[in-house]
Design a protein around this ligand. Structure first.
Ligand SMILES: [Zn+2]
Length: 153
């Protein structure tokens, strides 16, 4: 396949922050209507967006220098980073969060974070160029946290 065509596909198949903000607004609004809990609504909104902050850890790990926002986005949009831990983008973490929510009698903050992370990872799974294992932490660990050809967000 021609490289430019691939690029075009990549651009289309990528969840951007804007899309995550929109999706998180919709989810937290629905959650508010269902649970009548502003704690769940707020925490699911914030976690649904801020989960992408884990890319900042990866950026520090790889470049070991001060974060410059413009460079940060350039690095991700142009795939100039090889390290891919994205620690929060992990199905395993969702299992742990769900267990914690249950053990803490459905603490609204934990429930909200669990839902926010879950909807975000599902959308990334669908719209990013990932394989079916990408969001398993164990799988990434086994692959040395190498970005390889996966497109990330
Ligand atoms: Zn993401």
């Amino acid at each position: 396949m021609h490289h430019h065509l691939l690029d075009a596909c990549n651009i289309r198949r990528k969840m951007k922050i804007k899309s995550h903000v929109l999706a998180s607004i919709i989810f937290s609004t629905l959650l508010f209507m269902v649970f009548k809990s502003w704690k769940i609504a707020v925490s699911s909104f914030l976690s649904g967006v801020l989960i992408d902050g884990d890319h900042i850890f990866d950026y520090f790990w790889e470049f070991r220098k001060r974060l410059i926002i413009k460079e940060f986005f350039d690095v991700y949009h142009n795939e100039k980073i090889r390290f891919f831990m994205v620690i929060f983008h992990s199905w395993e973490l969702l299992v742990l969060l769900s267990i914690s929510a249950f053990l803490m009698s459905w603490n609204p903050w934990i429930v909200g974070v669990t839902i926010g992370f879950t909807q975000h990872i599902i959308l990334d799974q669908i719209f990013n160029n990932t394989n079916s294992h990408t969001y398993f932490f164990i799988w990434r660990l086994k692959n040395g946290f190498r970005m390889q050809k996966r497109f990330i967000n």
